[in-house]
Design a protein around this ligand. Structure first.
Ligand code: AMP
Length: 217
Protein backbone atom coordinates (compact mmCIF):
# COMPACT_ATOMS: atom_id res chain seq x y z
CA UNK A 1 0.00 0.00 0.00
CA UNK A 2 1.42 3.38 -1.03
CA UNK A 3 -0.59 5.82 0.98
CA UNK A 4 -0.57 9.57 1.49
CA UNK A 5 -2.06 11.07 4.65
CA UNK A 6 -3.15 14.57 3.81
CA UNK A 7 -4.35 17.17 6.29
CA UNK A 8 -3.35 20.17 8.38
CA UNK A 9 -0.86 19.94 11.25
CA UNK A 10 -2.67 18.62 14.32
CA UNK A 11 -5.29 16.69 12.33
CA UNK A 12 -4.01 13.38 13.74
CA UNK A 13 -2.44 12.05 10.56
CA UNK A 14 0.86 11.31 12.31
CA UNK A 15 -0.92 9.37 15.06
CA UNK A 16 -2.89 7.31 12.53
CA UNK A 17 0.18 6.77 10.34
CA UNK A 18 2.05 5.33 13.33
CA UNK A 19 -0.83 2.93 14.14
CA UNK A 20 -1.31 1.79 10.54
CA UNK A 21 2.43 1.38 10.08
CA UNK A 22 2.58 -0.94 13.11
CA UNK A 23 -0.36 -3.00 11.75
CA UNK A 24 0.90 -3.31 8.20
CA UNK A 25 4.66 -3.20 8.64
CA UNK A 26 4.90 -0.49 5.98
CA UNK A 27 7.25 2.36 7.00
CA UNK A 28 5.81 5.62 8.31
CA UNK A 29 7.67 8.37 6.46
CA UNK A 30 7.16 11.73 8.17
CA UNK A 31 9.11 14.63 6.68
CA UNK A 32 8.53 16.72 9.83
CA UNK A 33 10.03 13.92 11.94
CA UNK A 34 13.01 13.50 9.58
CA UNK A 35 13.69 17.24 9.92
CA UNK A 36 13.27 17.26 13.71
CA UNK A 37 15.67 14.32 14.03
CA UNK A 38 18.19 16.11 11.77
CA UNK A 39 17.94 19.22 13.97
CA UNK A 40 18.32 17.17 17.18
CA UNK A 41 21.45 15.49 15.85
CA UNK A 42 22.90 18.77 14.54
CA UNK A 43 23.42 17.34 11.07
CA UNK A 44 24.03 19.38 7.91
CA UNK A 45 20.39 18.82 6.91
CA UNK A 46 19.35 20.07 10.36
CA UNK A 47 21.21 23.35 9.92
CA UNK A 48 19.65 23.81 6.45
CA UNK A 49 16.03 23.31 7.58
CA UNK A 50 15.97 24.71 11.12
CA UNK A 51 15.03 28.28 10.17
CA UNK A 52 12.05 27.07 8.14
CA UNK A 53 10.65 24.54 10.59
CA UNK A 54 10.93 26.83 13.60
CA UNK A 55 8.96 29.61 11.95
CA UNK A 56 6.40 27.34 10.27
CA UNK A 57 7.55 28.11 6.72
CA UNK A 58 7.88 25.36 4.13
CA UNK A 59 11.31 23.87 3.51
CA UNK A 60 12.22 24.40 -0.20
CA UNK A 61 11.05 21.62 -2.52
CA UNK A 62 14.58 20.64 -3.71
CA UNK A 63 15.60 19.79 -0.14
CA UNK A 64 12.37 17.96 0.78
CA UNK A 65 12.09 15.99 -2.46
CA UNK A 66 15.64 14.69 -2.25
CA UNK A 67 15.19 13.54 1.34
CA UNK A 68 11.87 11.82 0.57
CA UNK A 69 13.05 10.08 -2.60
CA UNK A 70 16.19 8.79 -0.85
CA UNK A 71 13.95 7.37 1.86
CA UNK A 72 11.42 5.82 -0.56
CA UNK A 73 14.23 4.19 -2.54
CA UNK A 74 15.22 2.12 0.49
CA UNK A 75 14.39 -1.53 0.56
CA UNK A 76 11.65 -1.47 3.23
CA UNK A 77 9.58 1.05 1.22
CA UNK A 78 10.23 -0.81 -2.03
CA UNK A 79 9.05 -4.09 -0.52
CA UNK A 80 6.21 -2.99 1.76
CA UNK A 81 5.01 0.35 0.44
CA UNK A 82 4.83 3.41 2.71
CA UNK A 83 2.64 5.84 4.62
CA UNK A 84 3.59 9.39 3.74
CA UNK A 85 2.84 11.93 6.47
CA UNK A 86 3.54 15.62 5.78
CA UNK A 87 4.58 15.04 2.18
CA UNK A 88 3.58 16.18 -0.38
CA UNK A 89 2.71 19.65 0.95
CA UNK A 90 2.50 21.39 -2.45
CA UNK A 91 1.28 20.45 -5.92
CA UNK A 92 4.88 20.77 -7.16
CA UNK A 93 5.95 18.13 -4.62
CA UNK A 94 2.98 15.91 -5.61
CA UNK A 95 3.98 16.13 -9.28
CA UNK A 96 7.61 15.35 -8.45
CA UNK A 97 6.46 12.35 -6.39
CA UNK A 98 4.24 11.04 -9.19
CA UNK A 99 7.13 11.42 -11.66
CA UNK A 100 9.56 9.61 -9.34
CA UNK A 101 7.11 6.74 -8.79
CA UNK A 102 6.14 6.52 -12.47
CA UNK A 103 9.83 6.11 -13.40
CA UNK A 104 9.73 2.93 -11.31
CA UNK A 105 6.39 1.73 -12.70
CA UNK A 106 4.62 2.63 -9.42
CA UNK A 107 2.00 5.09 -8.26
CA UNK A 108 0.07 6.22 -5.20
CA UNK A 109 -2.78 3.85 -4.22
CA UNK A 110 -4.87 6.09 -1.94
CA UNK A 111 -4.91 9.51 -0.33
CA UNK A 112 -6.63 9.94 3.04
CA UNK A 113 -7.80 13.50 3.64
CA UNK A 114 -8.14 14.42 7.33
CA UNK A 115 -10.87 17.10 7.58
CA UNK A 116 -10.93 19.36 10.64
CA UNK A 117 -11.62 23.04 11.45
CA UNK A 118 -9.01 25.64 12.51
CA UNK A 119 -10.40 26.20 16.01
CA UNK A 120 -10.05 22.54 16.91
CA UNK A 121 -6.55 22.49 15.38
CA UNK A 122 -5.38 25.40 17.50
CA UNK A 123 -6.75 23.67 20.62
CA UNK A 124 -4.92 20.47 19.75
CA UNK A 125 -1.62 22.02 18.68
CA UNK A 126 -1.41 24.22 21.79
CA UNK A 127 -1.76 21.11 23.99
CA UNK A 128 0.79 18.96 22.18
CA UNK A 129 3.83 17.78 24.14
CA UNK A 130 6.49 15.16 23.57
CA UNK A 131 9.08 13.50 25.74
CA UNK A 132 12.48 15.07 25.15
CA UNK A 133 14.14 11.72 25.98
CA UNK A 134 12.15 9.04 24.10
CA UNK A 135 9.99 11.15 21.76
CA UNK A 136 6.63 9.70 22.87
CA UNK A 137 3.69 12.02 22.11
CA UNK A 138 1.15 13.43 24.59
CA UNK A 139 -1.52 16.07 24.62
CA UNK A 140 -2.25 17.85 27.89
CA UNK A 141 -5.93 18.13 26.86
CA UNK A 142 -6.67 14.69 25.31
CA UNK A 143 -3.85 12.36 26.24
CA UNK A 144 -2.27 13.70 29.44
CA UNK A 145 0.59 11.84 31.14
CA UNK A 146 -0.05 10.15 34.50
CA UNK A 147 2.31 12.62 36.23
CA UNK A 148 2.13 16.20 34.97
CA UNK A 149 5.10 17.12 32.80
CA UNK A 150 6.69 13.64 32.85
CA UNK A 151 6.72 10.78 30.36
CA UNK A 152 4.77 7.67 31.45
CA UNK A 153 7.38 5.39 29.89
CA UNK A 154 10.79 6.85 30.73
CA UNK A 155 9.97 9.77 33.11
CA UNK A 156 11.66 12.17 30.66
CA UNK A 157 10.58 15.82 30.66
CA UNK A 158 7.61 16.70 28.42
CA UNK A 159 8.18 19.71 26.18
CA UNK A 160 6.29 21.50 23.41
CA UNK A 161 7.66 21.51 19.88
CA UNK A 162 9.27 24.85 19.00
CA UNK A 163 6.85 25.20 16.09
CA UNK A 164 3.84 24.74 18.37
CA UNK A 165 4.29 28.31 19.71
CA UNK A 166 1.21 30.53 19.07
CA UNK A 167 2.93 32.58 16.29
CA UNK A 168 4.24 29.51 14.55
CA UNK A 169 0.89 27.70 14.80
CA UNK A 170 -0.80 30.72 13.20
CA UNK A 171 1.76 30.79 10.37
CA UNK A 172 1.56 27.02 9.78
CA UNK A 173 -2.22 27.22 9.48
CA UNK A 174 -1.93 30.13 7.03
CA UNK A 175 0.56 28.16 4.95
CA UNK A 176 -1.73 25.12 5.10
CA UNK A 177 -4.72 27.12 3.91
CA UNK A 178 -2.72 28.26 0.88
CA UNK A 179 -1.37 24.84 -0.05
CA UNK A 180 -3.82 22.17 1.04
CA UNK A 181 -6.80 22.91 -1.20
CA UNK A 182 -4.84 22.79 -4.49
CA UNK A 183 -3.33 19.51 -3.30
CA UNK A 184 -6.78 18.13 -2.50
CA UNK A 185 -7.98 19.12 -5.97
CA UNK A 186 -4.94 17.46 -7.54
CA UNK A 187 -5.68 14.10 -5.91
CA UNK A 188 -9.49 14.40 -6.30
CA UNK A 189 -8.93 14.73 -10.04
CA UNK A 190 -7.11 11.39 -9.90
CA UNK A 191 -9.98 9.79 -7.93
CA UNK A 192 -7.68 8.73 -5.09
CA UNK A 193 -9.14 10.63 -2.13
CA UNK A 194 -10.91 9.15 0.87
CA UNK A 195 -12.01 11.98 3.20
CA UNK A 196 -12.40 11.32 6.90
CA UNK A 197 -13.86 13.45 9.71
CA UNK A 198 -10.74 13.92 11.84
CA UNK A 199 -12.51 15.38 14.89
CA UNK A 200 -13.46 11.95 16.27
CA UNK A 201 -11.85 9.52 18.65
CA UNK A 202 -8.40 8.14 17.64
CA UNK A 203 -9.48 4.48 17.80
CA UNK A 204 -12.70 5.06 15.88
CA UNK A 205 -10.79 6.81 13.11
CA UNK A 206 -8.32 3.91 12.95
CA UNK A 207 -11.22 1.45 12.56
CA UNK A 208 -12.79 3.50 9.76
CA UNK A 209 -9.43 3.69 7.99
CA UNK A 210 -8.76 -0.02 8.31
CA UNK A 211 -12.23 -0.85 6.99
CA UNK A 212 -11.96 1.60 4.09
CA UNK A 213 -8.44 0.61 3.11
CA UNK A 214 -9.35 -3.08 3.09
CA UNK A 215 -6.93 -4.28 5.75
CA UNK A 216 -9.22 -4.58 8.78
CA UNK A 217 -7.32 -7.51 10.32
P1 AMP B 1 5.07 18.61 10.39
O1 AMP B 1 5.63 17.82 11.51
O2 AMP B 1 4.61 17.74 9.23
O3 AMP B 1 4.03 19.62 10.81
O4 AMP B 1 6.30 19.46 9.77
C1 AMP B 1 7.03 20.38 10.56
C2 AMP B 1 7.71 21.39 9.65
O5 AMP B 1 8.64 20.73 8.76
C3 AMP B 1 6.79 22.17 8.72
O6 AMP B 1 6.19 23.29 9.36
C4 AMP B 1 7.75 22.59 7.61
O7 AMP B 1 8.60 23.65 8.03
C5 AMP B 1 8.64 21.36 7.48
N1 AMP B 1 8.08 20.40 6.50
C6 AMP B 1 7.63 19.14 6.74
N2 AMP B 1 7.22 18.54 5.62
C7 AMP B 1 7.42 19.44 4.63
C8 AMP B 1 7.18 19.41 3.22
N3 AMP B 1 6.63 18.33 2.61
N4 AMP B 1 7.50 20.52 2.50
C9 AMP B 1 8.05 21.60 3.09
N5 AMP B 1 8.28 21.70 4.42
C10 AMP B 1 7.98 20.62 5.18
Amino acid sequence: MRLILLGPPGSGKGTQAAVLSRRWGAPHVSTGEIFREAIRSDSELGSKVRRYTETGELVPDEIVNEIVFDRLARRDCQEKGFLLDGFPRTVAQARALDGWLADRGDGIDRVVDFEIGDEELIRRLSGRRHCEKCGRDYNIVFRPPRNAGLCDVCSGRLVARKDDSPESIRRRLEVTTETLNPLRDYYHAKGLVFAIDATGDVQEITEVLLAELGCAK
